[in-house]
Design a protein around this ligand. Sequence first.
Ligand code: ZN
Length: 103
Amino acid sequence: MSCAPRPAKPSGPWTRKKTSRSHRPGVDGVEPQFDAAHARPRAQTDFQIQELLDRLEAGAYGICEECGEEIGIARLKARPVTTLCIQCKSDQEVEERKAKRVV
Ligand SMILES: [Zn+2]
């Protein structure tokens, strides 16, 4: 047994790189924990969120960009980045399926 006082931590490139510069005794325990939710590749999500923020600013958030109807809070809760109401989304999916079948 080593007598290292620190509890076991997940090892990886993220653990100490940022904090080693400002190493102070007593602060080891408050290193930011690695957050798995932020580790996934999220380029697409970032793009969608940016678009969503643009729509929020434009006052168009929650409005279907296809038919202009309100998307509905339940659907927005389930898919906050959606830009189509359930009707237009299913229409779109049908169209996509048709398009794939034609090829
Ligand atoms: Zn619609």
